[in-house]
Design a protein around this ligand. Structure first.
Ligand code: SF4
Ligand code: SF4
Length: 766
């Protein structure tokens, strides 16, 4: 808890807009008992500025620092004064000056909307003082970490993940359910070009890699083995492995899941003649034929003279798309029902097998490149043979363009954009395809000996709980139904990461990808696993708040064992005992604060982030007694990952918004405890705006569903406000992504306009 706070103003970013002398005087008067040092420094982000602060710390004058100047997102490391010193940044430049000044640098002097930037700055500084007074210097919870990584799956991705991890000096346990390593790659003929000039498919050097794995002193391989369960937490997992008839136990610190894919249920190809016509096959079937050196027509075993590859046939799959929508709606309905029931029922999330037709009536890089590659196989098989590729979208990006061009230059390969309008079988078992909307501009008919349809890749996590987690919240990765069976926790910002900390995915279990990409993906996942090992043993969070020393603490005396925190933790970090008392697993925790936000008893807190602390910051806001004179006062709680940076960027680009708002960043809207809103409103604030990430299926929340949870909590606060006689419209939640800097000032101003229409909070003045 800070007792001697030093306040430092950065003159270079605040003058002439703020009267720093006057602000200094006010701080000295108001905070004299806890603020022995207030300085105005010409340029804080300079060696001289840094050493001014450092000297005060070293002399024992202060034990906490409040830097008043630029956004906390700027010069983060520069303003780190080391462990043991509480730090806060007061964002006066972006939020208090740049959001209001004119392009010529002047401040508007609108008499209808008087700008009281001094008052605003004073509010923000008071918030900082309250924040620091309620901050402890975080002490990390250091756990012993086993420097060993479990790699599950011995196909191409697993092999590469194992080699990368071992290459970095860490031990690896590689578990493969088949008797040999290699997976699907062992059944493939060639891969797309991996080296210049990127025009020829090439051999897969699989055997070489398998040799490297088998000979590596740091890799232990279990083939013909399965993972029975994974218990514990990052740094200290126990993997129970079934090796033949024996049970083997291994201690590992992190895991890479590289269990790959299974072929999609071919029933979705039926509208394109699969299963009806003998000479309609999939790319995976053709690949295996090529590997055996036997590309033939199934009907008569003859070498095909003409082969049609069809990429995408979305119009044929309309029925499936409709089914997909219906299925999604049903699953969402079930999920909501389950969530409602969870209050009283067991919280384990049941594994839901993902229906395979949900995967993919669209063209990917993988299906495009496979068609290009296999069209060349046909030509290699018989140089007089012809290949046709009929595509809706040609997805050959980057260096793959060279391979696409090489196919275009081959006189035996015809490529056309088009849609299949009809499919018949001739008496000679040939396929007759009608092609419309093509580049020629009129319908054409093609005859082919063989029709090849793309193979859909379904991640193994969609079919089986491959990892068998011994977690209170279930054996599998949760809520797979919303993500088509992929186990990721955030595609956009955190590839590799699942919703179970310390467990990463690589290769086609992560998303459909080529061997080249799988190799890079395996390297990435291996590095994440290593980062995890090396974070746990320093007591810091792995991600997304990498390096965070804090973790949730529990004041169990007040706990009513309501289990809300255990249920709402998005990452399965909280187990519970038989009575329902939460049992935290710190290394699984991502420090989102969702548990803190949901706890009705305010049992949970972090050293530098707590219900009491933010509550005190809200109380620091000076609420004008008369709305007509000082304007309304509106609290904004903004997600620090998206909305807050968007506000910063908006200000940096000269966008403006109402001066009646006061903004407090929060770790996630999931961490918002409703008591903050109730307190803000009961203290006379006229409105409260919550700015968080998009939620639902296209979610962007770093912590999975913080905005969604906050929204449902807001319904409860609505009832409380209703009872108090405060209009529920005074509290609103809006979605804002990091690139919403154009829109975010408008969101604020629209809300402020509505508050003006509602008039003053009836609690004002009480
Ligand atoms: S901070 Fe987040 S991840 Fe950690 S226990 Fe709480 S809800 Fe779970
Ligand atoms: S939400 Fe709070 S009161 Fe309920 S079990 Fe968790 S810590 Fe205890």
């Amino acid at each position: 808890m800070a007792e001697k706070i030093g306040v430092y103003f950065d003159k270079s970013s605040l003058e002439p807009y703020l009267d720093l002398e006057s602000l200094s005087e006010k701080i000295q008067n108001k905070w004299s008992s806890v603020c022995p040092v207030v300085r105005i420094v010409d340029q804080l982000a300079s060696e001289q500025g840094h050493s001014t602060v450092k000297q005060d710390i070293d002399a024992g004058e202060i034990d906490a620092v409040s830097i008043c100047g630029t956004s906390p997102r700027k010069d983060q490391e520069f303003f780190d004064f080391g462990q043991g010193v509480s730090m806060d940044r007061v964002n006066l430049r972006e939020l208090c000056i740049w959001a209001y000044r004119n392009p010529d640098g002047s401040l508007p002097g609108d008499k209808d909307q008087p700008l009281d930037l001094q008052g605003m700055a004073q509010d923000y500084i008071n918030m900082s003082m309250n924040k620091l007074q309620r901050s402890e210097v975080p002490e990390p919870e250091v756990l012993e970490s086993v420097k060993k990584v479990l790699v599950l799956g011995g196909g191409w991705s697993g092999i590469n993940a194992a080699l990368s991890t071992a290459g970095a000096g860490y031990e690896v346990i590689l578990v493969e359910k088949q008797k040999q390593l290699g997976g699907h790659a062992a059944q493939m003929y060639k891969t797309f070009p991996l080296k210049p000039p990127y025009t020829q498919a090439q051999e897969i050097n699989l055997q070489e890699r398998i040799e490297a794995v088998n000979q590596h002193p740091k890799i232990t391989v279990y083939t013909g083995s399965t993972l029975q369960s994974l218990e514990g937490q990052p740094g200290n997992f126990t993997a129970n492995i079934q090796v033949g008839s024996e049970q083997q136990q291994e201690s590992v610190g992190a895991a890479v899941i590289a269990t790959g894919w299974e072929e999609q249920d071919t029933s979705y190809l039926e509208p394109m003649g699969y299963g009806k016509h003998k000479n309609v096959i999939t790319t995976w079937q053709l690949e295996q034929m090529a590997q055996k050196g036997e590309i033939v027509r199934p009907s008569d075993g003859a070498k095909p003279q003409s082969v049609a590859f069809v990429l995408g046939f979305s119009h044929v799959l309309e029925d499936f798309a409709r089914q997909e929508e219906e299925e999604k709606a049903r699953l969402e309905e079930e999920r909501k029902k389950r969530e409602e029931e969870e209050e009283d029922e067991a919280i384990e999330e049941p594994f839901q097998k993902t229906e395979s037709y949900r995967h993919l009536p669209y063209t990917t890089e993988l299906t495009t490149m496979t068609a290009l590659k296999q069209a060349r196989y046909i030509r290699e098989n018989d140089e007089s043979a012809l290949s046709y590729i009929i595509y809706e979208h040609m997805t050959a990006s980057g260096l793959n363009e060279h391979y696409y061009k090489a196919a275009q230059d081959d006189p035996g390969i015809m490529l056309t954009k088009g849609m299949i309008s009809s499919l018949e079988e001739s008496p000679q078992d040939r396929l007759v395809l009608g092609v419309e909307d093509n580049l020629i501009g009129e319908p054409v008919e093609l005859e082919a000996d063989l029709l090849v349809l793309p193979t859909g890749l379904v991640p193994t996590t969609a079919l089986d709980p491959v990892v068998q987690l011994a977690y209170r919240q279930g054996k599998a990765f949760p809520e797979l139904e919303l993500f088509d069976g992929f186990a990721d926790s955030n595609y956009i910002c955190f590839p590799y990461e699942t919703r179970r900390t310390g467990i990463y995915t690589a290769g086609c279990v992560h998303q459909p990808m080529s061997l080249a990409k799988s190799e890079r993906d395996a390297q990435g996942a291996a590095l994440k696993a290593i980062q995890c090992l090396e974070s746990v043993n320093r007591g810091v969070s792995v991600h997304p708040r990498s390096g965070d020393l804090t973790y949730p603490k529990f004041n169990f005396v007040r706990c009513t064992q309501c289990r809300r925190c255990t249920i709402e933790c998005p990452f399965g970090a909280l187990e519970e005992d038989a009575d329902g008392t939460p049992k935290p697993n710190i290394a699984r925790c991502r420090r989102c604060g969702t548990c803190m936000g949901c706890c009705p008893e305010r049992v949970i807190y972090f050293d530098n982030y707590s219900v009491g602390q933010i509550g005190a910051m809200i109380s620091s806001i000076d609420v004008p007694e008369e709305m007509e004179e000082g304007g309304p006062r509106i609290l904004i709680l903004a997600c620090e990952n998206d909305a807050y940076p968007a506000l910063d960027m908006a200000a940096q680009q000269g966008k403006k918004w109402s001066p009646y708002v006061r903004i407090i960043p929060v770790r996630c809207l999931g961490s918002v405890n409703t008591i903050w809103i109730a307190d803000a409103m009961s203290k006379g604030n006229d409105g409260c705006l919550l700015l968080g990430c998009k939620y639902g299926e296209d979610y962007q929340c770093h912590f999975m569903k913080g905005s969604e949870l906050c929204q449902s909590r807001m319904q409860n606060i609505g009832e409380t406000l209703d009872k108090l006689g405060i209009e529920t419209e005074r509290v609103r939640q809006e979605e804002a992504a990091i690139d919403d800097y154009e829109r975010i000032p408008q969101i604020i101003d629209n809300f402020v306009d509505e508050i003006f229409k509602l008039g003053p909070n009836p609690f004002k003045g009480f």
